[in-house]
Design a protein around this ligand. Structure first.
Ligand code: GLN
Length: 492
């Protein structure tokens, strides 16, 4: 039987109880699997579930505790992992047909590619004695802001199932928001951890670029991709980050710098903290109630000792255009590996020439949004257009970085809404890519600058057309490698 209060405790408290022998890892894992069985049909958060295998891992942890052996810091805590991180015991599909072993009448995630190795983040979770209960649904290859481009089924927001939980890590966000797991991993290239955290009322943290290894992460845009954490509270996200972060020789862009005690950083308080509020934070299109909740949060921060400082980040207005040139350029190159030859899907009749194997496989394997990005990315990189688009976007990216560098001379963190809007209706933006891309307006600048950034729930707002109130997220961005400062500001 599911014990809802059990899974709604904080991840730190659950790990403490398992380590103290007050709660068995098996009971906790079973509660998580029961919750997934009860709710996943309606919400679509998981693509595959570890079931018996997860229980076996949990029993192994209980046995080691009984023998008096030391347990890891996440002992027995059930964790969901975005299905774009490689796992040896469950398929990895990136929610794309391109990673299926065959195309059935209905795409079936259980027929997905199985990796011969674990992603570094996954290996570190296992080493910390976390229990991986399943792989979470997403936008195909992490491209999207609503988790609707999954080749399998869309993810639904538990607070209103007619609405999106955001994306692309929508499954990971919903797994936490609906109480299926206390923690999950997502990835964030332009906002895919923070934006779904905002839309589901969870905490989502994207650490500094390079903080968590990308080894075993199916690449989208390598200069932006970063593994991030979802939790119900800031300390849970801090603990999960601490565990998966740290230098990894298998990722050439991995930061070779101390991670530090991120949970302890949460105790720093707000006294004396300088909080910058960019003039551009409440751009056109921001729902008035979203702005109101964020301004109230700023008042609360001020009342607790923070100094609120108006600032300006003038180049951030170019972030959407800049990001969608650079990210698609990198994606068009990264996705060349899905060719029907090396791994994943192969569509071929055995007789036609090789070129047709590529065309058939990629034509049938990729969905419409992924194809749009490959075409756009190939275009901006092509001879004759490179200078006008790719090179120009690189320069604009530099200007965004310089804006932040100047701001961080004056302030410790920068605050804004995470998303200009609350959760929108499923289907309302799928036919308008530009409207979908606009959902990333607030999260893209920190991605372009590689900065640590977190989304924290800061109240609820009525959606524009009426209906039950929905969560609003506060985004906190910190200077390069100051993950600790972001967590300190968020734990106020
Ligand atoms: N929504 C953005 C995009 O579609 C960001 C996705 C992400 O962070 N993975 O590219």
């Amino acid at each position: 039987m599911t014990n809802p209060s059990l899974l709604s405790s904080s991840a730190l408290e659950l790990a403490r109880r398992v380590r103290a022998g007050e709660l068995s890892a098996e009971a906790l894992t079973r509660a998580s699997l029961d919750a997934i069985a009860a709710e996943n049909g309606a919400l679509g958060a998981f693509l595959s579930v570890a079931g018996e295998r997860a229980l076996e891992v949990a029993r192994g942890i209980d046995l080691r505790r009984e023998r008096g052996e030391a347990l890891g810091p996440l002992a027995g805590v059930p964790v969901g992992v975005k299905d774009v991180l490689a796992t040896t015991d469950l398929p990895t599909t990136a929610a794309s047909r391109i990673l299926l072993r065959e195309l059935g009448a209905v795409p079936d995630a259980s027929r997905g590619y199985v990796s011969p190795y674990d992603a570094t983040a996954v290996a570190r979770l296992r080493a910390a004695d976390a229990v991986i209960v399943g792989k979470c649904n997403l936008d195909e290859l992490a491209m999207g802001s609503s988790s609707e481009t999954s080749a399998f089924f869309p993810v639904r927001n538990p607070l209103d199932p007619s609405r999106t939980p955001g994306g692309s890590s929508g499954g990971s966000a919903v797994a936490v928001a609906a109480g299926m797991v206390p923690l999950s991993l997502g990835t964030d290239t332009g906002g895919s951890v923070r934006q779904p955290a905002s839309l589901t009322g969870t905490v989502g943290f994207k650490p500094s670029y390079g903080r968590v290894s990308r080894y075993g992460l199916f690449a989208f845009a390598s200069s932006l991709d970063q593994v991030g954490s979802f939790a119900r509270d800031v300390r849970g996200a801090a603990r999960l980050t601490e565990i998966v972060a740290g230098h990894d020789p298998l990722d050439a862009t991995s930061l070779d710098a101390e991670v530090g005690d991120l949970v302890q950083a949460c105790d720093g308080g707000l006294e004396g903290l300088r909080v910058g509020v960019p003039r551009e934070a409440f751009a056109e299109g921001t729902e008035p109630e979203v702005e109101a909740r964020v301004r109230e949060a700023l008042e609360r921060m001020g009342a607790r000792g923070a100094r609120i400082v108006p600032i300006s980040l003038p180049s951030t207005k170019h972030a959407i255009a800049t990001y969608y040139v650079l990210a698609t350029a990198e994606a068009s190159s990264n996705l060349a590996r899905y060719d029907g030859v090396r791994f994943g899907l192969r569509v071929h009749d055995g007789a036609s020439p090789l070129g047709e194997l590529y065309a058939e496989t990629r034509g049938r394997g990729f969905g419409a949004e992924v194809k749009r990005r490959i075409i756009l990315g190939t275009f901006v990189l092509s001879a004759g257009y490179y200078d006008a688009y790719y090179l120009r976007a690189q320069r604009a990216r530099r200007l965004v970085c310089l804006d932040y560098a100047r701001a961080f001379d004056e302030v410790d963190v920068v605050v804004s809404p995470t998303s200009p809007v609350v959760a929108f209706e499923l289907g309302s933006r799928t036919s308008d890519p530009l409207a979908m891309y606009a959902a990333d307006a607030c999260t893209l600048p920190a991605s372009l600058a590689g900065l640590p950034a977190l989304s924290l729930p800061c109240g609820v707002a009525e959606p524009p057309g009426g209906g039950p109130k929905l969560p609003v997220g506060l985004q906190i961005v910190g200077p390069p490698r100051r993950d600790d400062l972001v967590l300190r500001a968020a734990a106020y």
